[in-house]
Design a protein. Structure first.
Length: 690
């Protein structure tokens, strides 16, 4: 199902990505007649294109914007708080939104922006072509492999076939295609057309799962051929060799190599199609000299050799973006099928050595005596037997996940079926649908809070349905209806969801059409797992009993974060700090799933410190799966004039009270004020009344 364009009665065009559930509106002075346009006219690939006739286009946000002339050269970039003009000519305007949008015109252009909107004026009514490309990527086919490490190496080598370029622009998420899926079989079979790029780079590693799995993301990103070797090393066609056995372990050396090469690609690409001022480049140039213009033109193998020889890891360590995801995996054959999904997130892969935990220790983690005799959401009985494990979380990634049969404590649990369910997701161009079910009147307080939160964003179309006290049949029917998110409030027992007439066991359902969910009930893990196995993509569940007051706090915080565009894993990571019961919550399935889009494309968490006569604001970026590592952000703050890679904290900004208030009023967003999680709307009211 392609990108959809719809004329709005009030003027303008609404663009909808029905797979990623993204909506964006380009406003015009009056209603438009929308007709198909030639997609081939655009310099970059688009999924669909239309033509309108208008004098002016107004965007409700100020995205990163580049304007290219007819030759493809960037003639200007448009930022917030900027004005400018271009003479008559042929132009293509590239907008970095939750989906890629291109505007093509032959006209003069005047543009102006503030902290809320961007106006593009053509001076007179003009034919305007608009093209859009989804950031959604389907796997490019399926590779069948045996469990033998030699076959897996050939499989990993073929995953690089989905790279859309081997230039430094591969660091952009839209130019890294989703790797082919992998399934286990009796013999190796790589379909025609799935061919690794010819980069003249080999990644030699010993024939063990412990060596192959951690190196798979690096092999993909480099477009390298993985082959057997006595010691792990990188070897290029002209004889360059880089050992991978130090610093301080093999896994860590591989991870550092991937991070360093990726980072240097992000910097070097500013010499190519995206010549923007990048904060990381200016910082790096203060330390070392690199011929970025020459590096950009080098073949992949030569560029890699220069990256690794001319730059020490210590030169870039503190400049690297926070890595989105580290995944701890079991060195077993079952892990093989998950590799494409981890690689799509450019995850760091580590072999886990989990420590088994008793059920009693899990229940006591972060809880202790707080739940004993307290008002919990527990029903009777115990959940089915589960093996709990704890892993070494000494990692600087934003999110961490575990892949294996056991249930992790403190990390999310990735489930292969969830990723497959995501690609089977039915496209929908309708409103973002939220289903809230409360099956216990004593928990109405949470229902009231989330009712205020979901759908509270003015620029996104939501449809929120509220239900309570459902029967087993009614709940089964609700789970079978397509919905972007289900927020369940109530009780769960051994036998299933407690309903007014008994228990509903999700494992007995024929299918589940809900994409994502929060089961805010005690011991909801097994029912959540059943929802994934029957069609859901990802969700948040509990491992044991949770106090009702704590569950309300976690539930309402998660609702706000998800409503602001945070993906499941990142949302729970932030929400956990808001309640003593946070440690009992777990993301299962595809934790990178976001149910709505962030206003800026990348969700931001603000950290505000009140100082003597001013405020210090530090914004922290959380990349999504659809956005991916390597995108760019430039928040609507007047003093921020450069771009930054889209993960981790930006430089602190000093603000007066008036400047901070102006920023807080742009959108409802999470803010930590002196360490306490608040919301921009609340802070605006408080600061205005002081």
């Amino acid at each position: 199902m392609n990108i959809e364009f719809t004329a709005r009665e009030s003027g303008g065009v609404e663009i909808v990505d029905p797979i990623e559930r993204v909506h964006y509106t380009l406003n015009t002075p009056k209603r438009q007649s929308v007709s198909d346009a030639d997609s081939a006219r655009f310099r970059f690939p688009v999924d669909a294109a239309v033509q309108i006739h208008c004098k002016r286009i107004t965007l409700p946000t100020v995205p990163a914007t580049l304007v290219r002339d007819g030759s493809g050269s960037v003639v200007t970039q448009i930022e917030h708080f900027s004005d400018g003009s271009l003479p008559d000519g042929e132009y293509e305007i590239e907008l970095s939104l939750p989906l890629k949008v291109y505007i093509r015109v032959e006209s003069a252009i005047e543009f102006s922006s503030d902290d809320e909107q961007l106006v593009i004026d053509f001076g007179k009514p003009t034919d305007v072509s608009i093209g859009a490309r989804s950031k959604h990527e389907q796997p490019a086919g399926t590779i069948t492999t045996t469990e033998q490490p030699r076959d897996i190496m050939q499989t990993v080598s073929a995953l690089g076939s989905s790279l859309k370029t081997t230039s430094p622009e591969r660091s952009l998420p839209t130019l890294r295609g989703h790797p082919p899926e992998i399934e286990l079989g009796e013999r190796l079979s790589i379909p025609d057309g799935i061919t690794a790029p010819d980069t003249e780079i080999e990644l030699q590693v010993p024939l063990t799962y412990e060596h192959v799995f951690p190196a798979a993301p690096l092999a993909y990103y480099l477009g390298a051929t993985m082959c057997p070797g006595e010691e792990p090393r990188i070897v290029t066609g002209d004889g360059y060799t880089q050992e991978l056995i130090a610093a301080p372990t093999y896994e860590e050396r591989v991870a550092r190599t991937l991070k360093q090469v990726f980072f240097l690609d992000c910097v070097t690409r500013t010499e190519g199609l995206y010549p923007v001022p990048l904060r990381e480049r200016s910082r790096l140039e203060e330390r070392i000299e690199l011929p970025f213009n020459r590096l950009y033109e080098l073949p992949p193998a030569d560029r890699l050799a220069t990256y690794l020889d001319a730059v020490a890891y210590s030169d870039v360590d503190d400049l690297l973006p926070d890595w989105k995801l580290t995944t701890h995996v079991s060195p077993t054959a079952g892990t093989i099928e998950t590799l494409p999904y981890l690689i799509n997130d450019l995850a760091i892969v580590r072999i886990a050595d989990p420590q088994e935990l008793s059920r009693s220790s899990v229940e006591d983690t972060g809880m202790g005596a707080y739940t004993r005799g307290a008002d919990t959401r527990s029903a009777t009985g115990q959940s089915p037997d589960t093996t709990y494990v704890q892993l070494d979380e000494d990692d600087d990634a934003v999110e961490q996940a575990w892949i294996g049969d056991e249930t992790p404590v403190g990390l999310s649990k990735a489930i292969p079926e969830a990723y497959r369910n995501r690609f089977d997701r039915e496209p929908s161009s309708g409103d973002i649908s939220i289903t809230v079910i409360c099956n216990d009147d004593r928990m109405d307080r949470e229902r009231g809070v989330v009712d205020e939160v979901y759908g509270s964003r003015e620029r996104l179309p939501f449809e929120v349905s509220m239900s309570h006290d459902l029967t087993t049949e009614e709940l089964a029917d609700a789970l079978a209806q397509p919905a972007d998110f289900l927020h369940y409030i109530g009780h769960i027992e051994d036998g299933g969801f407690r309903c007014t007439d008994g228990l509903l066991d999700a494992s007995e359902l024929d299918s589940v059409a809900v994409d994502a969910f929060l089961l805010n009930a005690c011991q909801s893990y097994h029912q959540g797992r059943a929802l994934i196995e029957n069609g859901a993509i990802g969700g948040v569940v509990t491992l044991s009993d949770v106090i009702n007051s704590g569950a309300i706090r976690i539930g309402s915080t998660l609702a706000r974060l998800l409503n602001s565009g945070f993906p499941l894993r990142a949302a729970l990571q932030i929400a956990k700090g808001e309640s003593i019961v946070g440690s009992q919550y777990l993301v299962i399935g595809d934790g990178g799933l976001a149910i709505t889009q962030a206003e800026s494309g990348t969700p931001l968490l603000g950290h505000i410190e009140e100082q003597a006569d001013e405020y210090e604001l530090t914004l922290e970026a959380f990349p999504t799966t659809s956005g991916g590592m390597g995108g760019l952000i430039q928040p609507n703050v007047e003093s921020i004039s450069s771009y930054k890679i889209n993960s981790g904290p930006l430089d602190p900004v000093k603000m007066t009270r008036e400047e901070l208030l102006r920023f807080l009023q742009l959108e409802m967003a999470p803010m930590k004020m002196n360490g306490r999680l608040r919301w921009s709307t609340e802070l605006t009211a408080e600061l205005s009344s002081d």
